[in-house]
Design a protein around this ligand. Structure first.
Ligand code: MG
Ligand code: MG
Length: 264
């Protein structure tokens, strides 16, 4: 999602706050898992959104994306609980009952939930039926890039150590990382504190501190990193029409290993 505000303040979370964020994150993980298990040729992205809304409602959570203002165009707010992207679409796709998933597609789902005042934010890309080896490799590299980046989330590092690690890992496969959309601090708002891009230079950015909570979200393109906004004012696609994948977790910096908050 585009940034809601430009607040740069980094809020360190207490142990109790982190546990609430973990509950929010777990609800998002369940929604994504339920969608993954129901994704097959013939289903629509609108139906997949209904699944997410249902999971959130059952857990007394509310969608973060639904009603989210369009800061970029000033147009209609986002109408759904998930953003649903197919193939060359990389973020902010609007779910629709007219959009039928086809064998061989890749399907990216981003979901945010508020629970007891805290946000969970995660994304995944799943295969629809049998996909090409090239598409499969893109999914694997993007997911691995996410975990390589998170592994840099430790005391002594800065935010761009995470960014640079994602970029280096992705580019060795000949893929590119999207520049205009980035990871971010997360907490009581979906975007708080600093941005965490998927590209950068080691040793730059904010110093990591215990209790910092970050949503890291590599968006990896097979071709150019450049993107284009569709006329609906939301859906972003790759400028060259080649495939893009998206994986995201929210996690917290500890005095040891980074702790992922959006796991099942
Ligand atoms: Mg997200
Ligand atoms: Mg995010």
């Amino acid at each position: 999602m585009l940034r809601a505000n430009r607040k740069r303040r980094i809020v360190l979370k207490s142990k109790q706050e982190i546990e609430l964020m973990r509950q929010a994150g777990n609800i998002v993980a369940q929604a994504l898992d339920e969608i993954r298990r129901n994704t097959r040729p013939g289903v629509t992205t609108g139906e997949m959104n209904d699944i997410a809304e249902d999971v959130l409602r059952r857990h007394n959570a509310t969608p973060v994306f639904k009603g989210y203002p369009n800061h970029r165009t000033g147009g209609s707010p986002f109408p759904a609980a998930i953003t649903a992207c197919v193939n060359e679409e990389l973020v902010h796709g609007i779910p629709s009952y007219d959009k039928v998933l086809q064998e061989g597609d890749i399907f990216s789902i981003d979901c945010g939930a508020y629970f007891k005042g805290w946000v969970g934010d995660a994304a995944t890309t799943v295969p629809v039926g049998k996909i090409s080896e090239d598409a499969q490799r893109l999914l694997e590299v993007t997911e691995q890039a996410l975990y390589k980046g998170i592994a840099q989330g430790r005391l002594g590092n800065r935010t761009e150590d995470i960014s640079a690690t994602v970029q280096e890992f992705v580019e060795q496969y000949g893929y590119s990382v999207v520049r205009e959309y980035t990871g971010h601090g997360v907490g009581q708002n979906m975007h708080e504190g600093t941005q965490v891009p998927n590209f950068g230079k080691h040793g730059r950015g904010a110093r990591l501190k215990k209790g910092m909570t970050i949503a890291l979200e590599p968006m990896v393109n097979v071709g150019t990193w450049e993107t284009r906004l569709l006329d609906d004012g939301w859906t972003v696609i790759t400028a060259d029409g080649k495939l893009s994948a998206h994986f995201e977790h929210s996690f917290v910096i500890t005095d040891g290993e980074p702790d992922i908050l959006t796991l099942l």
